[in-house]
Write a protein that binds this ligand. Structure first.
Ligand code: UDP
Length: 458
């Protein structure tokens, strides 16, 4: 079937990671509704089912990386070892981009040689090889960032953004509270050659891209944004929260277990703490045990996502301590993968103990759920700083010992101390809804983005 629509044809290049793939599918859905026809180019993923999206053309390119490697223990361990930016993650990204370059180039040439004219190529920032290819083909390249715009300030490869520039204007209380200097120091420590190469490739791609799309909301990072704009002349479009604009999209690579929704239906309003560390982070057996007793002793009902293989050296939850199940009974529900957006929107959920991946953070904000932060690596540290120090809608769990876990859950969910945090989380939810109104910032940015795509076409 011919899928050309009136606004022109867009090619979207997806990165094969859960937290990247869903926002790209959401963006595709929104742009399709604005009249664009869409081809989605993706590294091979057997769990991505094109028949769920007959409105798009899907093209799979070989990446020579097994799907299991993208969510397995190995990758998570590598990420964890290095905390912020790692040799191995850098290595994985380098291989991914190297392996995808020739097939992606061929694929774009095929589209160009056939009937389709391409108005722009939108690629996930992790697929930075796309920018070099579109430069050669003379096509506009636009990059999608699935994290905050503020992360751009942490790139040490930006020659114009040295320590002095980073600190200028830091008298702003918001930027001070963010502790950018501390976060940047973590990122630059002990870089390897490979890391530097990958970051340089990232930065270079961004330099040549004709726009940067960010799945965030302007009001969340207004101060940092004005600083980012001083150093990036490229237009930046803050078009989130994408999941609210395309709510029917489910891009889960794992099967969602719906039984937790019937369990949530039986719980009191705002009583449940939802615990999930996203699709990559791993914990060790000791952390599993402390988490289990912390949850049990808190006496709050809990819904806990433990992905198979998430606990190092275990298949699933066989390392849970003796006596734990008896002590919690019906008060706890453990699943392998949850329908997270539905869970966060459920009236029974009153707190989210999270690794603070950006998608989880923005999903929690949109439902007014306060957070307990346990960041592992990368931008999760920056997101935690925003959540606890700037927006003040959460508490950081610094000590993962059962007594501290129990106390911190109570502080967040029930104690008077958490009352202001809970209120601020609800206030942020209202502000998020305003972004999506017709004259809200997200709608304005979307109009600007579409104008830019169609203008560069004429
Ligand atoms: N997610 C989900 N079910 C789960 C856990 C996570 O659907 O049980 C989704 C969640 O809604 C989010 C994504 O997986 O959209 C995780 O992305 P995030 O950026 O938070 O973390 P990452 O997995 O990239 O570390």
């Amino acid at each position: 079937m011919e899928k050309q629509q009136k606004s022109g044809h867009l090619v979207l290049v997806m990165a094969p990671f859960q937290g990247h793939l869903t926002p790209m599918l959401q963006l595709a859905t929104i742009l399709h509704s604005k009249g664009f026809s869409i081809t989605i180019v993706h590294p091979e993923l057997k769990s991505l089912n094109p028949s769920n999206h007959p409105e798009f053309t899907f093209v799979s390119i070989p990446d020579k990386i097994k799907e299991s490697q993208l969510s397995d223990e190995d990758l998570a361990d590598k990420l964890k070892e290095s905390l912020v930016s790692t040799v191995d993650v850098a290595g994985s990204l380098q291989s991914l981009n190297k392996n995808c370059t020739a097939p992606l180039q061929k694929c774009l040439e095929n589209i160009l040689h056939s009937h389709h004219h391409i108005v722009a190529v939108i690629y996930d920032t992790l697929m930075f090889c796309a920018q070099t290819i579109v430069n050669d083909l003379g096509l506009p390249g636009i990059t999608l960032r699935t994290s905050t715009a503020t992360t751009l300030l942490l790139f040490p490869e930006l020659p114009q953004l040295g320590e002095k520039e980073l600190m200028s204007g830091i008298e702003s209380p918001e930027l001070q509270a963010l502790q950018l200097q501390r976060l940047r120091a973590l990122i630059v420590q002990n870089p390897t050659q490979m890391m530097m190469e990958v970051r340089a490739a990232f930065t270079n791609a961004m330099k040549f891209s004709s726009a940067i799309i960010v799945n965030s909301m302007e009001f969340l990072e207004l101060e940092a944004l004005s600083k980012v704009r001083q150093y990036f002349p490229t237009p930046i479009f803050i078009v989130g929260p994408l999941h609210k604009l395309a709510p029917t999209i489910c891009g889960s690579l794992l099967t969602e277990d719906d039984k937790c929704i019937s369990w949530l239906n039986k719980q009191a309003p705002k009583s449940v703490i939802y615990v999930s560390f996203g699709s990559i982070a791993n914990i060790d057996k000791q952390e599993l045990i402390e988490t289990a007793w912390g949850l049990s002793n808190s006496k709050q009902p809990f819904l806990w996502v433990v992905r198979p293989g998430m606990v190092c050296g275990s298949e699933w939850i066989e390392s849970l301590p003796n006596g734990f199940e008896e002590s919690v009974g019906e008060r706890g529900c453990i699943v392998k993968w949850a329908p997270q957006k539905e869970v966060l929107a459920h009236a029974a959920v009153g707190g989210f103990w999270s690794h603070c991946g950006w998608n989880s953070t923005i999903e929690s904000i949109c439902e007014g759920v306060p957070m307990l932060c346990r960041p592992f690596f990368g931008d999760q540290l920056l997101n935690t700083s925003y959540i606890c120090n700037v927006w003040k809608i959460g508490l950081e769990l610094q000590n993962l010992e059962r007594g501290n876990i129990e106390r911190t859950i109570k502080r967040l969910m029930v104690d008077m101390e958490g009352k202001d945090i809970r209120k601020r989380a609800m206030d942020l939810k209202k502000k998020a809804a305003l972004c999506l109104m017709e004259d809200g910032s997200t709608s304005c940015y979307f109009n600007g983005l579409i104008k830019q795509i169609t203008v560069s076409e004429t």
